[in-house]
Design a protein around this ligand. Structure first.
Ligand code: NCD
Length: 309
């Protein structure tokens, strides 16, 4: 039976059978380097609209390339250069793009829940992918991160993942915690107290004030950027102070397992949350995450089309 999902909005309620199929398909697409025959390009005749209300490099570019690889036409809207500036709502923008033939929408928006709201209100033949909504979720990032861990570790059972940084404002942390705990990994988060939630909505996650304790014996150390662009929190630590206390240095990494994977969704701020020798070192999977992201995004489009065998 074909595995199908209507939209990709969150990892919280993503069917684990679908996740498994996505892993297998991503593996296959990676072996093929994403190059498909004419018959296999299942988005031919379709148009994917990429609507990003926030800056992006990896997510936007790899969704665009994934859509091209599957034969789609791609339209990219830059809200600041569009009729949004003249007062058009996001709903009217989407409806107008739909009327000219777009039915796949990859959306990034600063408001949590905005992509799910659009998915619930737009027509039946529209498919939405959440490219990051506020501090809420970033499901494709978590899928590609989980794929990267699985590729290396083969299993999630007994895998200890430490996520260090701006947990409170990170959609990457939230989506990863939902997915990785459901897959069987054990997760711990650490960061400055202002950037740590009092409690997490995801069960079974340790909250550790001391980054050295969190990193100790970790199989994976995932580092996150300080998201200063998100308002609402008083956090006045300088970059230097942050680096001293929470930056992933070679010394801090030594407390993790000897072959621990270093991950970061990007963009990295060298010398702040991570040192260059760690980011570019032999344990770094940062560029592997980007590489895998292209194939995972192709698999996600296929799953939305119901083509994931
Ligand atoms: C992240 C994002 O935008 O949520 N980046 C990404 O998509 N790879 C993380 C960040 O901006 O720090």
């Amino acid at each position: 039976m074909m595995t199908r999902m209507k939209h990709l909005l969150s990892t919280k309620d993503l069917d684990l059978e679908v996740v498994d199929r996505l892993f297998l398909r991503t593996e296959k697409l990676k072996r093929l380097r994403g190059i498909l025959s004419r018959e296999e390009k299942i988005l031919q005749g379709h148009v994917v609209a990429i609507l990003f209300w926030e800056p992006s490099t990896r997510t936007r570019m790899s969704f665009e390339l994934a859509a091209y690889r599957l034969g789609a036409g791609v339209l990219e809207l830059h809200p600041k250069e569009s009729s949004v500036i003249k007062g058009e709502t996001i709903d009217d923008t989407v409806a107008n793009l739909h009327s000219i033939g777009c039915n796949f929408f990859v959306v990034r928006h600063p408001t949590s829940g905005e992509v799910a709201r659009l998915a619930a209100t737009q027509g039946r033949d529209t498919y939405f992918i959440n490219g990051g909504d506020g501090a809420n979720e970033h499901p494709c990032q978590a899928l590609l991160d989980a794929f990267t861990i699985r590729e290396r570790r083969k299993t999630f059972d007994g895998v200890r993942v430490a996520i260090i940084g701006d947990i409170l404002r990170s959609r990457v942390a939230r989506s990863n915690l939902h997915l990785l705990t459901r897959l069987g990994a054990s997760c711990v988060v650490s960061g400055p107290k202002e950037l740590l939630p009092k409690e997490l909505e995801v069960g079974g996650v340790e909250i550790e004030k001391d980054p050295a304790q969190a990193v100790k014996n970790a199989d994976v150390v995932m580092v996150l950027r300080l998201q200063r662009e998100r308002a609402g929190i008083t956090f006045d630590m300088t970059e230097k102070e942050y680096h001293e206390k929470f930056g992933l240095t070679a010394k801090l990494l030594q407390t993790a397992k000897p072959d621990a994977m270093v991950m970061h969704p990007g963009p990295i701020n060298r010398g702040v949350e991570i040192d260059s020798d760690v980011a570019d070192g032999s344990q770094s999977f940062i560029l592997r995450q980007s590489e895998n992201g292209l194939f995972m995004r192709m698999a996600v489009f296929e799953a939305l089309r119901g083509e994931l065998g």
